[in-house]
Design a protein around this ligand. Structure first.
Ligand code: C2E
Ligand code: MG
Ligand code: MG
Ligand code: MG
Length: 275
């Protein structure tokens, strides 16, 4: 994304990266305004199964900033995570995602979406009841929604987290471990929690065809997934070499610039509806 960043955006990044309390406060204030004034939007990026083709998409939030242009999440999600703003942002994203699933369902199309959930968002006391209400009111089928969580979520209050995940999984909601392999938690959680999918971090995929260590790590993750009967998504597939490396293994779902870049939800949906 850096290549796309213009001067204005660079200035914004400098502001953000300055990280002084006042600067964070400014971004927070602007983001609050953005939430209230429709400046956020969703981009979608395809999830591609080797035999079944596009099986869904990951939802990625963007900020159409009036001055700085299109901002990527690394410019504002970390700041939102410092406060409860991430809860509002995350809730907006979930609401929009469920609306998309429901609209497509009414037209007879089964859209599966994966939504990124911040640990702080998932830890909100009312996260589960609110999501249940949202699913019921939107009419989105729970099994078409995958929540992408990270291993960091399992570091504290694991019993409470387990109970919440079980409650949602019982409805049909799926759980995916994002950036799998980059966290610090033990693998023991994989057998205790209702997890359906592992997303191999793009840092492993990037060098896997040439770097024997990365290749070994990917193989190990695939083997763990096979034994535990979990789906696997490889993120950051950029080259034919990486795709070929993964295709030698059964049924890994691919995601990456080789297939498409994240694009505005409406445009992605137009393409998806054609096939
Ligand atoms: P992530 O969930 O790991 O998302 C994958 C990121 O990799 C996305 O960046 C995507 O655009 C990028 N990507 C996809 N294919 C390729 C590829 O082939 N090569 C490379 N180099 N990158 C690729 P993006 O959209 O900038 O999002 C960055 C992170 O921001 C996400 O990482 C996720 O952690 C977070 N994020 C995005 N949307 C949301 C949201 O709605 N809520 C929360 N809490 N976090 C979000
Ligand atoms: Mg993700
Ligand atoms: Mg990821
Ligand atoms: Mg990542």
């Amino acid at each position: 994304h850096r290549a796309k960043a213009g001067t204005d955006q660079t200035a914004f990044f400098d502001t953000v990266m300055g990280e002084s309390a006042t600067q964070s406060f400014r971004v927070e204030r602007d983001l609050r305004h953005a939430l209230a004034h429709d400046e956020l939007c969703l981009h979608l990026q395809s999830l591609i199964h080797p035999e079944r083709g596009t099986i869904g998409a990951e939802v990625l939030v963007r900020w159409k900033h009036p001055v700085f242009g299109l901002l990527y999440p690394n410019a504002f999600v970390p700041i939102a995570e410092e406060s409860t703003l991430i809860v509002e942002l995350g809730s907006w994203v979930l609401t929009e995602a469920c609306a998309l699933i429901a609209v497509e369902a009414r037209a007879g199309r089964e859209l599966r979406l994966s939504v990124n959930i911040s640990p702080r968002q998932f830890r909100q006391r009312d996260f589960v009841p609110r999501l249940k209400t949202l699913l019921a009111e939107s009419g989105a089928a729970p099994r078409q929604l995958t929540l992408e969580i990270t291993e960091g979520l399992f570091l504290h209050e694991i019993d409470e987290i387990t109970a919440r995940m079980n409650e949602l999984a019982a409805l049909g909601v799926r759980f995916s471990i994002d950036d799998f392999g980059t966290g610090y938690s033990s693998l023991a959680y994989l057998k205790r929690l209702p997890i359906h999918e592992l997303k191999i971090d793009k840092s492993f995929i990037q060098d896997a065809p040439d770097d024997p260590n990365d290749a070994a790590l990917v193989e190990t993750i695939l083997s763990v997934a096979r034994h535990l009967q979990l789906d696997v998504v490889a993120e950051g597939v950029e080259t034919e070499e990486q795709a070929a490396f993964l295709s030698r293994r059964a049924s890994v779902i691919h995601q990456g610039y080789l297939y498409d870049r994240p694009e505005a939800a409406e445009r992605w949906l137009e393409r998806w509806r054609q096939v």
